[in-house]
Design a protein around this ligand. Structure first.
Ligand SMILES: *[C@@H]1O[C@H](CO)[C@@H](O)[C@H](O)[C@H]1NC(C)=O
Ligand SMILES: *[C@@H]1O[C@H](CO)[C@@H](O)[C@H](O)[C@H]1NC(C)=O
Ligand SMILES: *[C@@H]1O[C@H](CO)[C@@H](O)[C@H](O)[C@H]1NC(C)=O
Length: 219
C-alpha cells in the first residue's frame, strides 16, 4: 500500500519555461485553462446545488476575507501559477453566465471538488473530468469561435494556452478506498485504470488543440 500514498507529480511541461518568460514583457502563455478537484476548484461547486462547497467563513480569510469557493484560506496553486504568468485568475466556468462566456478569452477554471478522473467518483455531485472536458469542448466550439474574428485564431489561441490538470486524490479517497465499485482491482490495477482514463482525456484535449500541459496526479 505504501506506493499508493506517494504523491507524484508529472510535469509534462517544465514550468520554468513559462515563468522565465513571464518576467519579460510578454508572457509565452496567453491563457490558462484549469481542470481538476478541490486542489484547484475556484468556485464551480458553489454553483452546483449539491455536495462540497466552500462558500462560507473562514474559507477565503486570506483572499480579501471573502469565500470564493476555493477550498483554502487563500489562493490555490493554479492561482499562483496564473499570477506568475502575468495572467488573470481564470474564473470558474459555472460562475460565468452562459451568455457572457464568449467574452472570456483568458481561460476558464473547470475544476470541481470531490470529483475525479473516473466518472463514478461522486458521480452527479460535482463535475467529473469527462464533464469538465465537455465544458471545455463547449468553450472551444461555441464561445471561442464567437470571441475571435477569424477561424484561424482559435487553434492558435488553443495551442498557445497552458492546460493545468490537478486530479486523482478523490478517485482514491471517495471511491477506491470505499471498496465498493473497484473492490476486485488491486491498487496497481486501479492506478493503471486511472492513468488509462486520464490519458484518454488528455488525448481529447490534444485533439481539440491543446499542446502545453502541466499534469499533477495525486494518489
Ligand atoms: C471576515 O469576514 C467575517 C465573516 O463575514 C467577519 O465576521 C470578520 O469580521 C471579517 N474579518 C475581517 C478582519 O474583516
Ligand atoms: C463517462 O461518461 C461519459 C458520459 O456519459 C461516457 O461517454 C464515457 O464513456 C464514460 N467513461 C467511462 C470510462 O465509462
Ligand atoms: C466536441 O465534441 C463533439 C461531440 O463529441 C465532437 O464532435 C467535436 O469534434 C468536439 N469539438 C472539438 C472542437 O473537438
Amino acid at each position: 500500500m505504501a506506493g499508493l500514498n506517494i504523491f507524484w507529480v508529472v510535469f509534462l511541461m517544465i514550468q520554468q519555461t513559462f515563468f522565465s518568460k513571464a518576467n519579460s514583457t510578454e508572457s509565452l502563455v496567453a491563457t490558462l485553462y484549469v481542470f481538476g478537484d478541490s486542489s484547484v476548484d475556484a468556485g464551480n461547486n458553489n454553483n452546483i446545488n449539491k455536495f462540497a462547497k466552500a462558500n462560507r467563513y473562514p474559507y477565503g480569510i486570506d483572499f480579501n476575507n471573502k469565500s470564493t469557493g476555493r477550498f483554502t484560506n487563500g489562493k490555490t496553486f493554479a492561482d499562483i501559477i496564473a499570477i506568475n504568468l502575468g495572467l488573470p485568475l481564470p474564473p470558474p466556468y459555472l460562475g460565468v453566465s452562459e451568455s457572457e462566456r464568449y467574452k472570456v478569452a483568458t481561460g476558464f477554471n473547470y475544476a470541481s471538488r470531490a470529483c475525479g478522473i473516473v466518472n463514478d467518483t461522486r458521480n452527479g455531485d460535482c463535475l467529473s473530468l469527462d464533464k469538465q472536458v465537455k465544458y471545455f469542448n463547449s468553450t472551444v466550439t461555441n464561445d471561442l469561435q464567437k470571441h475571435f474574428q477569424s477561424k484561424e485564431e482559435v487553434p492558435h489561441h488553443l495551442s498557445e494556452s497552458l492546460y493545468l490538470l490537478s486530479i486523482g486524490s478523490c478517485d482514491y479517497a471517495l471511491n477506491y478506498f470505499r471498496r465498493t465499485t473497484y473492490k476486485d482491482k488491486t491498487p496497481i490495477e486501479f492506478v493503471d485504470y486511472l492513468l488509462e482514463n486520464l490519458v484518454s482525456k488528455l488525448k481529447e484535449l490534444y485533439n481539440m488543440g491543446a499542446r502545453k500541459f502541466v499534469v499533477a496526479v495525486a494518489g
